[in-house]
Ligand binder design. Sequence first.
Ligand code: 13P
Length: 333
Amino acid sequence: MKKNTKLYETAAALLASGKGILAADESDATAGKRLDMVRLDNTPENRQDFRELLFTAPDLEKYISGVILYDSTLREAADDGTPFADLLTSKGIVPGIKVDTGTKELHGFKGEVVSQGLDDLDKRFDEYYDLGARFAKWRAVITIDEEETPTEQSLRMNAIQLARYAQLAQAAGIVPMVEPEVIFEGDHSLERAEMVTTKTLQILFQTLIEYRVDLQGLILKSSMVLAGSKYREQSTPQQVAQATLRTFHMSVPYDCAGIVFLSGGQASQRSTDNLNAVGKMGAQPWPITYSFSRALEEPFLHAWGGKKENAAAAQKVLVDVCAENSLAAQGKL
Ligand code: 13P
């Protein structure tokens, strides 16, 4: 039980009011897509530059409580030799680690996938802990398609994997962030997204409880409930906030440590507006904040353009975007 006290402390630090989490955990290949936006080659040096600029942005720690890293980034250091995890910890930011290794087709279930990465995860967790990680992320991918998809079978399979991952994380003294991402791309309605997200989360939490995961030492990373990107009518922030909170109240036990949102490919400003609408609905049984990747990094990348002379201005853009989202999480915009 002693270990769990530490888990609760980490979760509380990550969910501190007025702060959010930066997801800088792109795989090396996906980091290449970010670098491509500023016409930089996907080399280890450019990836390191990109991450160093993010993590050394002055005052980042005022708004960011944790940063999720990818395996290779957790092993990297700043130009002065300080490992990134130590650099973040010295600023009071909790380093985290993405531990799933991507998805594979769920055979027999067209278009559905299951995440990989459980093999030797206990050993990987011990190493990640030694490298400084105190929380982790596992992403499952849920797509909404015709009537059938997602199937109950794929939701259960992904929930079991998330539960096993969460058990192993907690045993290693690491706070699990469970992320069943309900994909925004598609032509589904807001109502369908709400139904699917509610079912996904209900199955997930039932499974977590069955497998005795300590919910007080666990964070949910969720999609906002949105009509699909190709649906004829896009949801307003108020509709998003209402549908999202209804979903959480139907499915997330009150002892879960907290909930953070992914941005899911929404435009940066839209993610912020939707988060603000959730914040404006007032206090909820759980702390709720953001854990965006693209919505925080893209404004930074545009300002940076891969040029040394823009670095300081781009860092300021990043911190301003984080500050704005931190206000939004409290409904203060
Ligand atoms: P986005 O905010 O870009 O959706 O990324 C968050 C994340 O961690 C996805 O796994």
